[in-house]
Ligand binder design. Structure first.
Ligand SMILES: [Zn+2]
Length: 483
């Protein structure tokens, strides 16, 4: 283990090091510990923690959800939860997940074979378990790129990132962000921007940026609607007003606030919600702002995240903090993309496992949850068995609590965003024609039209999963030969 981690651990009276079953201890061990048996015992303990109590809670939650859905006339909870979403029915969700999973199998198998070979060379052991996945993915990443994220951060002062985002949104969507000064505001670090149409100069709406952390502030990073846009029967337009909340460190003296790369992605992601809110031209407030269907709302944000991995846009958003004329290097841009894409097949298989588990328990009654995960795990994870004693309530917490029956939605949005990116922007990242069409056909409709019709109209055909599969297949394969 890295010595810094060892130093951070508390000691027992006998001088042994204490490891707590918290993610801040477990993650580094699963990623860095060279001894397979240690990784395994930590993984087993972590995925069993508070198992019996949490399992009972999960089983009870699922039972209650089914019960309440039946009161409303649905045959199960998933039918109720998915009906108002883009997918419409659990059968469509199963079809989607199985199609993506099947299409990723060859890619994930190649990736897994690469990792198995790596393990054979390092530990002389051919059995590959769940405790090996994070460790060998990290080892393989070391063979493919050398990326110091602390160094990358030096290139992202918050003001440079922000002006880059404004420039990109202007180039793609024809939107002009103009700061409004001397206004009454709830904190001196908050800024207000008017958003104008670049060519007509028409005022489209306003956005407040409350980006820096302070005590007592709402703790999530998100975009909220302060006023939805709509038009009255007399044709008077009410302008949309939105608020972006994030939690970046404030500028201290001469040192500018530097964003981690994950913060850059998160800021860009949230800005797409701002753009969606401002460009939504639905007549009624009910369909305006961010009132769009659940599976649809994240598609624009996943689409825009793609710009965070391309040279041209990364250079617009970056500048070394001591000399902002020096933008991020080509090598760093390449490595950031590689880091995102490498082993996508295996990472996505894990996500699909969670989504399927969530969908199955919410689609039928009286499922043996423990048995289900034991059966499903090797089926999806290319034969890798579930570690003995793993408890579903500890292993897959997201599905249990927050995303009941809608875990699939994240992947769903990514897949259709990839289709838009490849079809319209991949070869011309600042294609304003495609951007304006996206603004007028996809964003402007808001929640007033069927999302599938909106996307089909924009793409000129029904959306498909193939672009997503092709991107993953092209970018995520490890180099075949090991030295
Ligand atoms: Zn989002």
């Amino acid at each position: 283990m890295p010595s810094q981690f060892m130093k951070s651990l508390d000691k027992t009276e006998e001088g042994k090091l204490k490891v707590f079953l918290r993610i801040c201890h477990v993650s580094p061990i699963l990623e860095y510990c060279k001894i397979g048996s240690t990784r395994k015992s930590v993984a087993v303990a972590y995925w069993q923690r508070r198992g019996r109590e949490n399992l009972e809670i999960l089983e009870n939650l699922v039972r209650l959800r089914h019960k309440f859905a039946r009161v409303l006339g649905y045959s199960n909870y998933a039918d109720y939860a998915i009906e108002p979403r883009m997918a419409k029915s659990p059968s469509k969700v199963f079809e989607f997940l199985e199609e993506v999973s099947d299409n990723l199998s060859d890619l994930a198998t190649t990736e897994l074979n690469f990792l198995k070979e790596l393990k054979l060379k390092e530990e002389g052991d051919t059995f590959f378990g769940m405790e090996d996945l994070l460790y060998y993915i990290r080892r393989a990443e070391e063979l493919h790129f050398n990326l110091d994220m602390a160094e990358v951060r030096q290139y992202f002062p918050v003001n440079v990132v922000l002006s880059g985002i404004f420039k990109i949104l202007q180039d793609i969507f024809g939107l002009k962000f103009k700061e409004v000064k001397n206004i009454e505001i709830w904190d001196e670090t908050v800024n207000l921007y008017a958003v104008l149409d670049l060519s007509s100069k028409e005022l489209l709406g306003y956005v407040y940026l409350d980006m820096f952390s302070r005590q007592g502030k709402f703790a999530h990073t998100c975009v909220l609607s302060l006023q939805n846009g709509c038009s009255s029967s007399k044709g008077i337009q009410q302008l949309p007003v939105t608020l972006l909340i994030s939690h970046f460190p404030k500028q201290i003296d001469e040192c500018p606030a530097l964003l981690r790369f994950s913060d850059v992605i998160s800021l860009f992601h949230e800005f797409s919600h701002v753009v969606h809110h401002i460009c939504n031209r639905a007549t009624f407030s009910r369909f305006s702002g961010l009132h769009v269907e659940g599976d649809f709302v994240e598609i624009p944000s996943h689409l825009l995240e793609n710009w965070c991995y391309e040279n041209i846009s990364l250079k617009l958003m970056s500048g070394f903090h001591k000399d902002i004329t020096k933008s991020i290097t080509n090598e760093m841009c390449k490595s950031l993309k590689k880091k995102r894409d490498l082993f996508s097949g295996l990472k996505l298989k894990q996500e699909i496992l969670t989504c399927l588990f969530d969908q199955i328990i919410h689609s039928s009654d009286n499922i043996d949850i423990v048995e289900l995960l034991r059966h499903l795990h090797p089926k999806i994870m290319l034969g890798i068995p579930l570690l003995d004693g793993t408890n579903p309530a500890s292993f897959l917490p997201r599905s249990a609590i927050c995303y009941d029956a809608t875990c699939y939605s994240q992947l769903w949005s990514e897949v259709f965003a990839a289709d838009i990116f490849v079809t319209k922007f991949q070869d011309d990242l600042l294609n304003q024609h495609a951007g304006l069409q996206f603004r007028n056909k996809v964003l402007a409709a808001g929640g007033s039209k069927e999302p599938l019709d909106i996307l089909s109209d924009y793409l000129g055909r029904k959306p498909s999963i193939q672009s997503f599969i092709q991107i993953k297949a092209k970018n995520s394969l490890p180099v075949p030969e090991l030295k």
